[in-house]
Design a binder for this molecule. Structure first.
Ligand SMILES: Nc1ncnc2c1ncn2[C@@H]1O[C@H](COP(=O)(O)OP(=O)(O)OP(=O)(O)O)[C@@H](O)[C@H]1O
Ligand SMILES: [Mg+2]
Length: 378
């Protein structure tokens, strides 16, 4: 909101897949409405692999209007009454054209460009950096909000040094277990159901900081309780929710899992993958090989040295095993993480469902205990 109200400031929202970036950007609309700022035009556009600078701005301008005779207090109806005319963006449009057209709009604009990481065209990021610089230098009353999956701003906007001061950078982290617990409790409250604290704690631990999983497990837990004729959900319902969630999992998750663990010979791929999913991670989702020791001990009830499973971890990074992990760093200092963050809770749920690990162990292995944050049960 600060960026929106300051001329020359633009926003970059980035983070892992599924952490809530789009939802955060979408909140802007509500916030503007609650502040009664009716005169803003808000456009949201999703990029795909084929998008480039021109197609994006053509898409944006398709939804924008030049407005005349508009006053800041005008509401929806008056807006339509204002003189509106369509804007079109030329085939060979440049950053300067964007600036020129946005300046003529007659109202402030907020332009949310989501899934920016999916664009394959190499020149688009540079052209967007030029656009931000131009909008900022000319104090145009428009805010560009770029949203995408990335660890850092350089992955989304190349050559950003010259626009650093014009960019508010918002890294969306994974959620705390207390926040995931809140999602579940609010959902139950809304549905006029109750849920045991232990069950909330379990769902929060299984979700690995990802709100989608907390929503889904919470919902299936509620369904399980209702199917059993109860208005209070308990831990046994979470077990049932895990089975329901595994059944409805995306086919890509299932096939990646099978590819990662398959082998004609007796092996411990499944256990190593599960241990990796249970590792504590840094804020970018990375863990080290040493981090697997504790979860592996809980799963196999036996101590393993790093040498016993380093080979497995490297193979999980290869195409042959679905490249379910990716690594960074040098030899002996490798750090690993899941290529698709949503795969992590899936692996844990499979492990719990197949009784490779107990739900208590999953809880113990989580770094941030949640009980003290729970809302009082109604
Ligand atoms: N603050 C929140 N409270 C409750 N639920 C949330 C919150 N933020 C996001 N969610 C839920 O989490 C799920 C993922 O959110 P969202 O799509 O915003 O993430 P994303 O980071 O944009 O994902 P992607 O990287 O796949 O684009 C959605 O189901 C959304 O409703
Ligand atoms: Mg999104």
């Amino acid at each position: 909101m600060d960026a929106v109200f300051q001329l020359g400031q633009h926003v970059l929202i980035y983070g892992e897949r599924g952490v809530g970036k789009t939802s955060l950007a979408n909140l802007l609309n509500d916030s503007l409405r609650s502040l009664e700022k009716w005169n803003y035009q808000v456009v949201r556009l999703n990029c795909d692999a084929t998008a480039n600078f021109v197609t994006i701005w053509q898409g944006v301008f398709r939804e924008l209007f030049f407005l005349r005779n508009l006053h800041s207090g005008d509401t929806g109806e008056n807006l339509t009454a204002a003189v509106r005319s369509k804007v079109s963006f030329p085939e060979d449009g440049t950053a300067e054209d964007v600036r020129f057209l946005l300046k003529q709009l007659g109202s402030p604009a907020i332009i949310i460009i989501d899934e920016f990481d999916r664009i394959e065209d190499p020149s688009t990021a540079t052209l967007f950096a030029d656009t931000i610089k131009s909008l900022s230098d000319h104090a145009v009353d428009a805010t560009l909000i770029i949203v995408g999956v990335a660890d850092s701003i350089d992955e989304l906007i190349a050559e950003h040094a010259s626009i650093e001061r014009a960019l508010v950078q918002i890294q969306v982290p994974r959620m705390l277990e207390s926040e995931l617990a809140e999602i579940v409790e609010r959902g139950f409250l809304h549905a006029k159901l109750s849920i045991d604290k232990d069950a909330v704690v379990q769902i929060a631990a299984l979700s690995r900081g990802l709100p989608h999983n907390a929503h889904e497990l919470g919902m299936f837990t509620g369904h399980a309780a209702l199917d059993d004729g109860r208005l209070i959900a308990v831990c046994a319902d979470v077990e049932s929710a895990i089975r329901r969630s595994l059944k409805s999992a995306r086919q890509t998750l299932v096939s990646s899992y099978l590819k990662a663990i398959s082998s004609p010979h007796p092996n411990i791929y499944k256990e190593i993958l599960l241990a990796a999913a249970l590792c504590p991670t840094d804020e970018l989702g990375y863990f080290t090989a040493g981090d697997l020791r504790a979860p592996l001990l809980a799963i196999k009830k036996k101590k393993y040295g790093i040498d016993a499973y380093m080979r497995h971890l490297k193979q999980f990074c290869s195409e042959g095993r679905g490249a379910v992990l990716e690594s960074r760093g040098e030899r002996r200092r490798y750090r690993f993480r899941f290529s698709d963050s949503l795969f992590e809770p899936y692996v844990i749920m499979r492990g719990v469902d197949e009784k490779l690990v107990s739900e208590d162990d999953v809880l113990c292995l989580q770094s941030r205990p949640v009980e003290r944050f729970l809302m009082p049960v109604k």
